[in-house]
Design a protein around this ligand. Structure first.
Ligand code: NAP
Length: 258
Protein backbone atom coordinates (compact mmCIF):
# COMPACT_ATOMS: atom_id res chain seq x y z
CA UNK A 1 0.00 0.00 0.00
CA UNK A 2 1.35 3.44 -0.93
CA UNK A 3 1.13 5.47 2.29
CA UNK A 4 1.37 8.77 0.41
CA UNK A 5 4.39 10.04 2.38
CA UNK A 6 7.23 9.37 -0.07
CA UNK A 7 9.81 12.18 0.16
CA UNK A 8 8.67 13.30 3.64
CA UNK A 9 11.30 13.73 6.38
CA UNK A 10 11.12 11.93 9.73
CA UNK A 11 12.99 12.02 13.01
CA UNK A 12 12.92 8.63 14.72
CA UNK A 13 14.44 8.69 18.20
CA UNK A 14 16.07 5.70 19.88
CA UNK A 15 16.00 3.81 16.61
CA UNK A 16 19.09 1.61 16.28
CA UNK A 17 17.18 -1.44 17.56
CA UNK A 18 13.82 -2.67 18.70
CA UNK A 19 10.57 -0.77 18.23
CA UNK A 20 12.29 2.46 17.13
CA UNK A 21 14.16 0.59 14.40
CA UNK A 22 10.91 -1.13 13.38
CA UNK A 23 9.28 2.29 12.89
CA UNK A 24 12.28 3.65 10.96
CA UNK A 25 12.33 0.60 8.67
CA UNK A 26 8.62 0.81 7.82
CA UNK A 27 8.87 4.57 7.20
CA UNK A 28 11.86 3.93 4.94
CA UNK A 29 9.79 1.35 3.03
CA UNK A 30 7.21 4.14 2.52
CA UNK A 31 9.94 6.33 0.98
CA UNK A 32 10.49 8.62 3.98
CA UNK A 33 13.96 10.16 4.51
CA UNK A 34 15.19 9.68 8.05
CA UNK A 35 17.16 11.16 10.90
CA UNK A 36 17.74 8.33 13.38
CA UNK A 37 19.26 8.46 16.82
CA UNK A 38 20.64 6.18 19.56
CA UNK A 39 23.58 6.34 21.98
CA UNK A 40 25.88 3.59 20.69
CA UNK A 41 27.56 5.02 17.62
CA UNK A 42 28.56 1.76 15.93
CA UNK A 43 25.17 0.04 16.24
CA UNK A 44 23.43 3.24 15.09
CA UNK A 45 25.63 3.52 11.99
CA UNK A 46 25.05 -0.14 11.14
CA UNK A 47 21.28 0.49 11.42
CA UNK A 48 21.62 3.55 9.16
CA UNK A 49 23.47 1.48 6.55
CA UNK A 50 20.71 -1.14 6.57
CA UNK A 51 18.03 1.53 6.18
CA UNK A 52 19.87 3.19 3.26
CA UNK A 53 19.50 -0.05 1.29
CA UNK A 54 15.79 0.83 1.10
CA UNK A 55 16.69 3.81 -1.11
CA UNK A 56 16.09 6.69 1.32
CA UNK A 57 18.43 9.31 2.84
CA UNK A 58 19.44 8.48 6.39
CA UNK A 59 21.33 10.76 8.78
CA UNK A 60 22.53 9.20 12.04
CA UNK A 61 22.84 11.42 15.11
CA UNK A 62 24.50 9.58 17.98
CA UNK A 63 23.85 10.60 21.59
CA UNK A 64 21.51 10.49 24.54
CA UNK A 65 18.13 11.84 23.38
CA UNK A 66 17.27 12.90 26.93
CA UNK A 67 19.87 15.70 26.68
CA UNK A 68 19.02 19.13 25.25
CA UNK A 69 22.11 19.06 22.95
CA UNK A 70 21.11 15.83 21.23
CA UNK A 71 17.47 16.93 20.95
CA UNK A 72 18.68 20.11 19.20
CA UNK A 73 21.04 18.10 16.97
CA UNK A 74 18.33 15.75 15.66
CA UNK A 75 15.98 18.64 14.92
CA UNK A 76 18.75 20.55 13.15
CA UNK A 77 19.73 17.48 11.12
CA UNK A 78 16.15 17.10 9.91
CA UNK A 79 15.76 20.78 9.01
CA UNK A 80 12.03 20.72 8.32
CA UNK A 81 10.74 17.46 9.83
CA UNK A 82 7.28 16.32 8.73
CA UNK A 83 7.19 13.32 11.06
CA UNK A 84 8.45 12.86 14.62
CA UNK A 85 8.56 9.45 16.30
CA UNK A 86 9.39 9.85 19.98
CA UNK A 87 11.06 6.98 21.78
CA UNK A 88 13.69 6.36 24.46
CA UNK A 89 14.75 3.47 26.65
CA UNK A 90 12.28 2.42 29.33
CA UNK A 91 12.97 2.91 33.06
CA UNK A 92 14.31 -0.02 35.13
CA UNK A 93 11.93 -2.33 37.01
CA UNK A 94 11.65 -2.22 40.80
CA UNK A 95 9.29 -1.51 43.66
CA UNK A 96 7.49 1.71 44.51
CA UNK A 97 9.34 1.75 47.82
CA UNK A 98 12.79 1.60 46.13
CA UNK A 99 12.67 4.81 44.12
CA UNK A 100 13.77 8.25 45.24
CA UNK A 101 13.34 11.68 43.69
CA UNK A 102 16.30 11.23 41.30
CA UNK A 103 14.86 7.99 39.89
CA UNK A 104 11.58 9.76 39.15
CA UNK A 105 13.36 12.75 37.59
CA UNK A 106 15.29 10.40 35.28
CA UNK A 107 12.13 8.57 34.21
CA UNK A 108 10.25 11.82 33.68
CA UNK A 109 13.14 13.18 31.62
CA UNK A 110 13.29 10.13 29.33
CA UNK A 111 9.64 9.20 28.96
CA UNK A 112 7.78 12.48 29.40
CA UNK A 113 9.90 15.63 29.08
CA UNK A 114 12.08 14.52 26.15
CA UNK A 115 9.10 13.82 23.86
CA UNK A 116 7.46 17.05 25.02
CA UNK A 117 10.60 19.10 24.25
CA UNK A 118 10.91 17.50 20.80
CA UNK A 119 7.24 18.21 20.08
CA UNK A 120 7.75 21.81 21.16
CA UNK A 121 10.67 22.04 18.72
CA UNK A 122 8.90 20.42 15.75
CA UNK A 123 5.23 21.41 16.04
CA UNK A 124 5.52 25.10 15.06
CA UNK A 125 7.15 24.25 11.70
CA UNK A 126 4.65 21.47 11.01
CA UNK A 127 1.76 23.85 11.78
CA UNK A 128 3.22 26.55 9.51
CA UNK A 129 3.53 24.04 6.67
CA UNK A 130 0.03 22.67 7.35
CA UNK A 131 1.03 19.02 7.72
CA UNK A 132 2.67 16.91 10.41
CA UNK A 133 2.58 13.58 12.19
CA UNK A 134 3.81 12.82 15.71
CA UNK A 135 3.78 9.30 17.14
CA UNK A 136 4.91 8.69 20.71
CA UNK A 137 5.95 5.19 21.70
CA UNK A 138 4.55 4.77 25.22
CA UNK A 139 3.38 1.50 26.80
CA UNK A 140 0.38 -0.64 27.64
CA UNK A 141 1.19 0.42 31.21
CA UNK A 142 -0.70 3.64 30.43
CA UNK A 143 -3.96 1.65 30.26
CA UNK A 144 -3.12 -1.09 32.71
CA UNK A 145 -0.33 -0.43 35.21
CA UNK A 146 2.54 -2.91 35.44
CA UNK A 147 3.44 -3.12 39.14
CA UNK A 148 7.23 -3.53 38.68
CA UNK A 149 7.33 -0.67 36.15
CA UNK A 150 6.01 2.09 38.40
CA UNK A 151 8.48 4.62 36.98
CA UNK A 152 7.15 3.91 33.49
CA UNK A 153 3.50 3.97 34.68
CA UNK A 154 4.06 7.44 36.17
CA UNK A 155 6.11 9.17 33.47
CA UNK A 156 4.06 7.87 30.55
CA UNK A 157 0.80 8.93 32.20
CA UNK A 158 2.18 12.50 32.25
CA UNK A 159 3.03 12.37 28.54
CA UNK A 160 -0.42 10.95 27.78
CA UNK A 161 -2.07 13.90 29.50
CA UNK A 162 0.06 16.38 27.54
CA UNK A 163 -0.83 14.69 24.25
CA UNK A 164 -4.55 14.58 25.06
CA UNK A 165 -4.66 18.37 25.31
CA UNK A 166 -2.04 19.39 22.76
CA UNK A 167 -3.21 17.09 19.97
CA UNK A 168 -6.53 18.94 19.90
CA UNK A 169 -4.76 22.30 19.71
CA UNK A 170 -2.59 21.40 16.70
CA UNK A 171 -5.16 19.34 14.76
CA UNK A 172 -6.67 22.46 13.08
CA UNK A 173 -3.28 22.93 11.35
CA UNK A 174 -3.17 19.48 9.76
CA UNK A 175 -0.91 18.07 12.46
CA UNK A 176 -1.78 14.86 14.32
CA UNK A 177 -0.31 13.52 17.55
CA UNK A 178 -1.06 9.96 18.68
CA UNK A 179 0.44 7.43 21.06
CA UNK A 180 1.23 3.80 20.30
CA UNK A 181 1.06 1.58 23.38
CA UNK A 182 3.15 -1.57 23.01
CA UNK A 183 2.39 -4.69 24.97
CA UNK A 184 5.23 -7.19 25.03
CA UNK A 185 7.31 -7.21 21.85
CA UNK A 186 10.30 -9.40 21.07
CA UNK A 187 13.14 -6.91 21.54
CA UNK A 188 16.26 -6.58 23.70
CA UNK A 189 14.14 -4.74 26.29
CA UNK A 190 11.80 -7.76 26.62
CA UNK A 191 14.83 -10.11 26.79
CA UNK A 192 16.29 -8.00 29.61
CA UNK A 193 13.06 -8.03 31.62
CA UNK A 194 12.52 -11.77 31.00
CA UNK A 195 16.15 -12.47 31.99
CA UNK A 196 15.56 -10.69 35.31
CA UNK A 197 12.46 -12.81 36.03
CA UNK A 198 14.33 -16.00 35.06
CA UNK A 199 17.11 -15.22 37.54
CA UNK A 200 14.64 -14.29 40.25
CA UNK A 201 12.53 -17.45 39.84
CA UNK A 202 15.41 -19.84 39.03
CA UNK A 203 13.88 -20.89 35.69
CA UNK A 204 15.02 -20.55 32.06
CA UNK A 205 14.21 -17.54 29.88
CA UNK A 206 12.23 -19.92 27.60
CA UNK A 207 10.08 -20.91 30.59
CA UNK A 208 9.50 -17.25 31.43
CA UNK A 209 8.37 -16.64 27.84
CA UNK A 210 5.99 -19.63 27.92
CA UNK A 211 4.44 -18.24 31.12
CA UNK A 212 4.00 -14.82 29.54
CA UNK A 213 2.65 -16.17 26.22
CA UNK A 214 -0.10 -17.85 28.26
CA UNK A 215 -1.24 -14.40 29.50
CA UNK A 216 -1.50 -12.95 25.97
CA UNK A 217 -4.59 -13.89 23.92
CA UNK A 218 -2.44 -13.93 20.75
CA UNK A 219 -0.11 -16.40 22.61
CA UNK A 220 3.07 -14.72 21.40
CA UNK A 221 5.06 -11.51 21.58
CA UNK A 222 4.59 -8.78 18.98
CA UNK A 223 7.26 -8.09 16.37
CA UNK A 224 9.01 -4.83 15.61
CA UNK A 225 7.80 -5.12 12.00
CA UNK A 226 4.13 -5.19 13.09
CA UNK A 227 4.75 -2.29 15.42
CA UNK A 228 6.57 -0.28 12.75
CA UNK A 229 3.77 -0.86 10.24
CA UNK A 230 1.20 0.57 12.67
CA UNK A 231 3.46 3.58 13.22
CA UNK A 232 3.93 4.14 9.48
CA UNK A 233 0.15 4.02 8.98
CA UNK A 234 -0.35 6.66 11.70
CA UNK A 235 2.20 8.78 9.80
CA UNK A 236 0.47 8.22 6.47
CA UNK A 237 -1.70 10.61 4.51
CA UNK A 238 -4.68 8.41 5.38
CA UNK A 239 -4.40 8.94 9.15
CA UNK A 240 -5.16 12.66 9.25
CA UNK A 241 -8.46 12.13 11.11
CA UNK A 242 -6.86 10.08 13.92
CA UNK A 243 -6.18 12.65 16.63
CA UNK A 244 -5.04 12.23 20.23
CA UNK A 245 -5.56 8.48 20.37
CA UNK A 246 -3.86 5.83 22.50
CA UNK A 247 -3.62 2.71 20.40
CA UNK A 248 -2.79 -0.59 22.10
CA UNK A 249 -0.64 -3.10 20.23
CA UNK A 250 -0.70 -5.89 22.79
CA UNK A 251 -2.11 -9.09 21.30
CA UNK A 252 -5.22 -8.56 23.44
CA UNK A 253 -3.38 -8.51 26.79
CA UNK A 254 -5.28 -5.62 28.32
CA UNK A 255 -8.67 -7.12 29.12
CA UNK A 256 -11.12 -4.28 28.57
CA UNK A 257 -14.15 -3.52 26.42
CA UNK A 258 -13.03 -0.05 25.34
P1 NAP B 1 15.25 -1.87 22.94
O1 NAP B 1 15.07 -3.05 22.07
O2 NAP B 1 16.08 -2.01 24.18
O3 NAP B 1 15.81 -0.67 22.04
C1 NAP B 1 15.99 0.56 22.60
C2 NAP B 1 16.56 1.51 21.56
O4 NAP B 1 16.59 2.81 22.12
C3 NAP B 1 17.99 1.20 21.16
O5 NAP B 1 18.20 1.60 19.84
C4 NAP B 1 18.78 2.05 22.13
O6 NAP B 1 20.09 2.30 21.64
C5 NAP B 1 17.92 3.32 22.14
N1 NAP B 1 18.01 4.15 23.34
C6 NAP B 1 17.76 3.79 24.62
N2 NAP B 1 17.92 4.84 25.44
C7 NAP B 1 18.27 5.89 24.65
C8 NAP B 1 18.57 7.25 24.91
N3 NAP B 1 18.55 7.74 26.15
N4 NAP B 1 18.89 8.05 23.87
C9 NAP B 1 18.91 7.57 22.60
N5 NAP B 1 18.64 6.29 22.31
C10 NAP B 1 18.31 5.46 23.32
O7 NAP B 1 13.83 -1.32 23.49
P2 NAP B 1 12.38 -1.50 22.85
O8 NAP B 1 11.81 -2.79 23.29
O9 NAP B 1 12.43 -1.17 21.42
O10 NAP B 1 11.57 -0.39 23.67
C11 NAP B 1 11.38 0.93 23.18
C12 NAP B 1 10.47 1.66 24.17
O11 NAP B 1 9.21 0.98 24.23
C13 NAP B 1 11.00 1.70 25.60
O12 NAP B 1 10.68 2.92 26.21
C14 NAP B 1 10.25 0.58 26.28
O13 NAP B 1 10.12 0.76 27.68
C15 NAP B 1 8.91 0.67 25.58
N6 NAP B 1 8.17 -0.59 25.65
C16 NAP B 1 8.68 -1.72 25.13
C17 NAP B 1 7.96 -2.90 25.25
C18 NAP B 1 8.50 -4.20 24.72
O14 NAP B 1 7.93 -5.24 25.02
N7 NAP B 1 9.57 -4.23 23.95
C19 NAP B 1 6.71 -2.90 25.88
C20 NAP B 1 6.21 -1.71 26.38
C21 NAP B 1 6.94 -0.55 26.27
P3 NAP B 1 21.31 2.71 22.64
O15 NAP B 1 21.21 1.79 23.82
O16 NAP B 1 22.53 2.53 21.81
O17 NAP B 1 21.05 4.12 23.00
Amino acid sequence: MDLGIKGRKAIVCAASKGLGYGCAAELADAGVDLVINARSDDILHEAAENLRTKGVDVVAVAGDITTADVQAAVVEAAGTPDILVNNAGGPPPGLWSDWGREDFIKALDANMLTPIMLMKACLPGMMDRGWGRVVNITSQSVKSPIPVLGLSNSARAGLTGFVAGTSRQVAPYGVTINNLLPGIHATDRADGLDGGVARQQGITIEQVREQRYATIPARRYGTKEEFGAACAFLCSRYAGFIVGQNILLDGGSVNSTL
